[in-house]
Write a protein that binds this ligand. Structure first.
Ligand code: CP
Length: 290
């Protein structure tokens, strides 16, 4: 991970120059396959690829022959037949990228697979924390909210622990998987206590689109118990760094006042996402066949 961060440091310097492009991936073709909605990840990968001078093709399931019944494997094989070198894929099914990697000979980057993982989000979150605190080892990070349906949560837990952080999750019992403590994270249902404990809080979105049953009585009640607002921050009584992977449900997991405050590094996360994804693409392209 440190190699990714050091490479991202260099690319962050590049994308802040007047000429933001380097020729590192010239003649490499990358397909961005999005079978699920995305704003940040899709644009961030596309910008990262273009800043590296790759050729880019974009695919979105809603306007493709997937709608006519084509399978994932057929879709991807047809795209690869057009001589694509790397695939960035978001898919609603957990493990879809693993399935593909067993059937096709191309570099595949997971841009979010259902409720499972979102590795580049965790990398950019950790990179942003490293930028803010200098190092992650020993840092206390709480991940708050809908842990059950969040791919960001699992990837963050794994990445933060690997980097030596102490990780806690906080949310209503119905939104925290029963065996999560087996990953070595603390589990809490008390937001104020968790905020007093932590150095940084990552506020997750309530993923209503993935909830087939009611996990809490009302959004209003959720916001009262687990939403981050200015009054709660004043009770905490110390400075915290606040993250959110986006998209934000303003007024539910976080108020606008907090999301737009100096304590929140939400737009830094987005900016860092481009540099981190450039690093991932560059390092993966370099490892091909080597
Ligand atoms: N953070 C994130 O994955 O956002 P998008 O769904 O907009 O890509």
């Amino acid at each position: 991970m440190n190699m990714i961060f050091q490479t991202a440091d260099n690319f962050k310097e590049v994308i802040n120059r007047p000429i933001k492009k380097v020729p590192s991936l010239r003649d490499i073709t990358i397909a961005n396959l999005f079978f699920e909605n995305s704003t940040r990840t899709r644009i961030s990968f596309e910008l990262a690829e273009k800043r590296l001078s790759a050729d880019v093709v974009n695919f979105s399931a809603s306007s493709s022959s997937v709608k006519k019944g084509e399978t994932l494997l057929d879709t991807v094989n047809n795209i690869l037949a057009m001589k694509v070198d790397m695939v960035v894929m978001r898919h609603p099914m957990p493990g879809a990228h693993v399935f593909l990697s067993k059937h096709i000979d191309a570099q595949i980057i997971n841009a979010g697979d259902g409720t499972h993982e979102h590795p580049t989000q965790a990398l950019l979150d950790c990179f942003s924390l490293r930028e803010k605190f200098g190092e992650i080892k020993g840092l206390k990070v709480v991940i708050v909210g809908d842990i059950t349906h969040s791919r960001v949560a699992l990837s963050n837990i794994l990445a933060l622990q690997k980097l030596g952080a102490n990780v806690r999750v906080c949310g209503p019992p119905t939104l925290i998987p029963r065996h999560l403590h087996e990953l070595g994270v603390e589990v809490s249902h008390d937001l104020l206590d968790s905020l007093r404990w932590c150095d940084a809080a990552n506020m997750l979105r309530i993923q209503l689109e993935r909830q087939d049953i009611k996990y809490f009585p009302t959004l209003r009640e959720y916001a009262m118990l687990y939403g981050l607002n200015q009054a709660m921050l004043e009770k905490v009584g110390k400075e915290l760094v606040i993250l959110h992977p986006g998209p934000i449900n303003r007024g539910i997991e976080i108020t606008s006042e907090v999301a737009d405050s100096d304590q929140a590094i939400i737009l830094d996360q987005v900016q860092n996402g481009v540099a981190v994804r450039m690093a991932v693409l560059y390092l993966l392209a370099g490892s091909k066949g080597g």
